[in-house]
Design a binder for this molecule. Sequence first.
Ligand SMILES: Cc1ncc(C[n+]2csc(CCOP(=O)(O)OP(=O)(O)O)c2C)c(N)n1
Ligand SMILES: [Mg+2]
Length: 343
Amino acid sequence: MVKTDRSMEVVENRHKSLGLSDEQVIEMYRIMLLARRIDERMWLLNRSGKIPFVVSCQGQEAAQVGASFALDRDKDYALPYYRDVGVVLAFGMTTQDLMLQAYAKAEDPNSGGRQMPGHFGQHKNRLVTGSSPVTTQVPHAVGIALAARMEKKDLVSFVTFGEGSSNQGDFHEGANFAGVHKLPVIFMVENNQYAISVPLSKQVACEKISDRAIGYGMPGVTVDGNDPLEVYSAVKEAADRARKGEGPSLIEALTYRLTPHSSDDDDRSYRERDEVDRAKEKDGVLTFASYLRDIGILTEELEKQMNDEISSIIDDATDYAERAPYADADTIYRYVYGEQGGE
Ligand SMILES: Cc1ncc(C[n+]2csc(CCOP(=O)(O)OP(=O)(O)O)c2C)c(N)n1
Ligand SMILES: [Mg+2]
């Protein structure tokens, strides 16, 4: 949280000292806000019976967008997990694309309406599709980094997953291989404190998820996932190391899942409302907006313009996706038995 009693110069220097311009941090905020508003709209559509399922990004946008801005979004690969609306928007997926996948329509670039929502993948934006078993994207990301090394391509492979998923064998195998071969991968754990109903204290015995890095010979850091600038800084350092051939990094972004696990979950059965309310006070979408207001670059006028624009983008995308056709039944085997597809 930006303290108003700090001198303007010190506060302003936070993003400038990281090499980020005013325009870039405004764009960061715009994407965080867009992700939040898309997610909120999806819950309304779900509750009104229009879309079958939502798995939310709410509470994790700051980590997702801060990290994405530290990457080269014209050449790096991202292997997002189901909550990463902020990552996929930052990499170029559109609101319309996201609505098409929520409605499972034929034009959905992620899977042509075949996968569950949140299974992101878009060839043209180097977003690599994943499977439903959690953490399978980790060895895929390591494989992409290995391929880049073998083909002498200058790219970083960025993979995200939840803290619960860091208990899966896929994480340990992928991290070990990447560490041994010093591959250009960034592992980012979005630690939102729960794996469905299981709290962090019952998931792991180590103090921090980032403590796991030492076992694989890579640096591990824990950062405030509500602060996009802190996440940006950690991912930038990791990307620089990766590009210099110094190998992988593990970053743990501390966040909080503000919604139930999914639209099929009722979180009142395993956590107190007080806890959720306290987490809302630290919500990165709100605290980053305060920072931008305090330094005078998020003016009232700009904020209104941004909100109006986001509302109309989401309205248009929703109308479009609702009217769009479902896939023809005779295309059912497409993408299953080797046929090429996607953008
Ligand atoms: C291998 C596997 N086991 C179980 C599941 C069911 N499942 C889906 S999400 C999830 C929780 C994952 O928690 P975490 O990794 O912390 O991610 P979060 O949902 O909290 O972001 C589980 C157990 C699954 N999809 N895959
Ligand atoms: Mg979790």
